[in-house]
Design a protein around this ligand. Structure first.
Ligand code: MEV
Length: 440
């Protein structure tokens, strides 16, 4: 039976672990050993990780892989990817190589605007509210100067504040809908600080606004928070080539490949059941780079899926067509990323990942991440529409199955060789291990 505990966060790390292992594990010692096995022996580094969050008991590892040969706007990149799924980095590398030989990826940032909102309730006359907003707007901006001045020096800051009425949906509900340019920062702290200052100024100034009745002066601030939906922070990545260049082998012609590929994308454009899996594959690439570069993958995920449903039906994030025998495949997605602030200067592996990417600006990182998504989708659709996905997937999964059976280095070597020519299924691998062990 579990039990509750008061003051857990105040306990020392070792007391926390004691309580966890004593409460939840039949073999407390073994659980403690697993937890400690993942501690870093470098105490300073461990402390850094301990202090990222509350109640840290250990570290949770993900592999950090790299996918080389990404040619993006004529610059070569090796892309760092933090991900546990066996086939993702291999697929990215394959797609990178494929497009390296066909001109590479072309990308451009379309826009970089971020959004934040103060949500409030006002039950009075709208014209008076509008007049009040127009009067107070310069003061909203001037009272945030202590927050915005540095950002402004670098060319960013508040772009505009609008008063938006949502009273048709919720009685008395309005917003200060604000747009921001946050340059190389993801901007969450900057935006939230500005919004909280707006809310304070807005409420205080309302108390002194002569046109308001006593009731109207009582503006009720509900909350002030950035929006992770950033449809105006958009990036585009594209590949294209003549359809004849698409054929890797003589079995499928370039045209047949291209036509089938475009159909696969068309299906994802109109069929939500397929679109979710299609986009999941894109996010395999995107999340892995977002995570490796210390960005917030939950924010990216939430935004991207809202964007995929912006027309009222969930659909594909990528698009493809054949125009005059030219195959074109592209993605256009919102990505709010940062290359300064947050984990970027704190986590040694994040710093390393950013340096590997030539220390990109946020705009450059948006382009790299979009390419990772497009490449991943290309690799997935290429497999799906030709060999099927399992062939490559299971090949990469082979090592996981071998590890489940504690295969030795020699067993691994022999079985990897054997499965170069044989189909990998879970049962085939199990049989092969058993056979090998029985005949040794
Ligand atoms: C698996 O993680 C991702 C795929 O299912 C994506 C897709 O179906 O396009 C292969």
């Amino acid at each position: 039976m579990s039990k509750s505990i008061a003051g857990f966060s105040k306990l020392s790390k070792s007391k926390k672990i004691d309580w966890i292992v004593d409460t939840y594990f039949s073999n407390a010692e073994s659980a403690k050993n697993i937890i400690k096995q993942y501690w870093n022996t470098n105490e300073k580094l461990q402390q850094l990780h301990d202090e990222f969050i509350e109640n840290t008991i250990t570290n949770y590892y993900l592999p950090l892989g790299v996918a080389p040969n990404f040619l993006i706007n004529d610059t070569l990149y090796t892309i760092p990817m933090a991900i546990e799924e066996s086939s993702v980095v291999a697929a990215a590398s394959k797609a990178a190589k494929f497009w390296l030989e066909r001109g590479g990826f072309k990308t451009k940032v379309i826009s970089t605007t971020k959004i934040g909102q103060v949500h409030f309730i006002y039950k009075g006359n709208f014209d008076k509210l509008q007049t009040f907003f127009n009067t107070v707007k310069p003061k909203l901006i001037s009272t945030t100067k202590h927050i915005t001045s540095n950002m402004e020096k670098r060319g960013g800051g508040i772009i505009d504040i609008e008063l938006r009425s949502k009273t048709e949906a919720i009685k008395g509900y309005y917003q200060l809908h604000t747009s921001f340019e946050t340059l190389d920062a993801m901007g969450a702290n900057f935006i939230n600080s500005c919004l909280e200052q707006f809310a304070k100024t807005f409420r205080e100034e309302a108390l002194n606004f002569d046109l308001f009745s006593e009731d109207e002066k009582q503006i009720d601030i509900i909350m002030s928070i950035l929006s992770n939906y950033v449809p105006e922070c958009l990036v585009r990545a594209e590949v294209s080539c003549h359809i004849d260049e698409l054929s890797d082998n003589k079995v499928v012609s370039g045209r047949a490949f291209a036509e089938k590929f475009v159909q696969a994308v068309n299906i994802a454009e109109i069929e939500p059941y397929r679109a979710v899996t299609h986009n999941k594959g894109i996010m395999n690439g995107i999340d892995a780079v977002v995570l490796a570069t210390g960005n917030d993958f939950r924010a990216i995920e939430a935004c991207v899926h809202a964007y995929a449903a912006r027309k009222g039906q969930y659909g594909s994030l990528t698009h493809a067509k054949i125009d005059n025998d030219i195959f074109k495949f592209w993605i256009e997605i919102p990505l709010a990323l940062g290359t300064v602030g947050g984990l970027t200067s704190l986590h040694p592996l994040v710093k390393l990942a950013l340096e590997m990417l030539h220390k990109p600006s946020a705009k450059e990182l948006m382009q790299i991440v979009a390419v990772a998504g497009l490449a991943q989708n290309f690799a997935a659709l290429r497999s799906l529409t030709t060999t099927g996905i399992q062939q490559g997937h299971m090949k990469m999964h082979l090592m996981n199955i071998l590890n489940q059976f504690d295969a030795t280095a020699i067993e691994k070597e022999k079985l990897v060789e054997y499965f170069k020519k044989n189909t990998v299924t879970h049962s085939a691998v199990v049989e092969a291990i058993q056979y090998l062990r029985a005949n040794n």
